[in-house]
Structures are given as C-alpha cells and as structure tokens.
Design a protein around this ligand. Structure first.
Ligand SMILES: [Zn+2]
Length: 137
C-alpha cells in the first residue's frame, strides 16, 4: 500500500486526486484556446482536454470500484479504538486509528515486518480479529 490508510479511504483519495488532476489538466488545456496561439494552441487544447477527460473517467472508475468493494467489505468493531470500521480482504487498516487488522492470525507477524516496527499484539481469545499496534504519528 502506498499510504497508511484503509483501502476504502485510499481509493477515495485516489479518486479525488484524479478528479482534481483531470480538472487542472483541462484548465491548462483551455489556455491553448484563450491565448491565441493558432493551430498549435488548438492542438494542445485538444490533447489536454482528452487527457483531462481520461483522468476524470479514471476517477469515476475508481469510485465505482471502491463502491463495489465496499459492498463486499466486512464491517467490524476495531479492537484498538472501538469504532466500527470496514475491512476489505484479509488484512486492512482501521479507517480511524490506522491500526492494521487481520482476520488471519498467521498473517500478523509477516504484516508487521513489512509495515511497521510496532508491537505485535497477541490475539485475544474469542476474538476474530488481531490488532497490530502500528506507529501512530
Ligand atoms: Zn481503530
């Protein structure tokens, strides 16, 4: 994962960035029309507008995908902060406290090695989730 965030939040962030980027690219492209640069300006405008459109379509696809994934996400109470969060896949971060949660206890040590130097919590008996205490900045 690129960011220390839950998967749903990360998808939302990328969707937002692509939308903003697409709009910015289209605004830059419009400069080719606004300032009278002739045929070259028009070509630049068209290229930038197409790039902006692709970026915005991409963000829509990401939003759609995130929506599809969130329907299959497992809702559970975070053992670290007690708030209700959603989990995608076997391992994900809590939306609120960024603690790595996993439903598979055998995943816990490996995940801790990859991500943080934090303490590994022993799974509580009777609990389906294991919390790995990540370094909260
Ligand atoms: Zn939490």
């Amino acid at each position: 994962m690129l960011l220390k965030s839950s998967k749903i939040n990360e998808f939302r962030l990328w969707g937002l960035l692509l939308t903003m980027g697409g709009m910015l690219i289209m605004i830059i492209g419009l400069a080719g029309v606004v300032f009278d640069w002739g045929a070259v300006g028009r070509i630049i405008a068209v290229i930038f507008l197409i790039l902006g459109m692709i970026s915005m379509l991409g963000s829509m696809a990401i939003y759609f995908w995130a929506g599809m994934m969130s329907t299959s996400a497992v809702a559970l109470d975070c053992p670290e902060c007690g708030k209700r969060t959603k989990m995608i896949g076997k391992t994900d971060r809590c939306m609120f406290c960024k603690t790595i949660l996993t439903v598979d206890p055998s995943m816990a040590p490996a995940e801790a090695e990859i991500s943080d130097e934090g303490n590994i919590r022993q799974p509580e008996t009777g609990s389906a989730t294991t919390a790995i205490d990540s370094s909260k900045n």
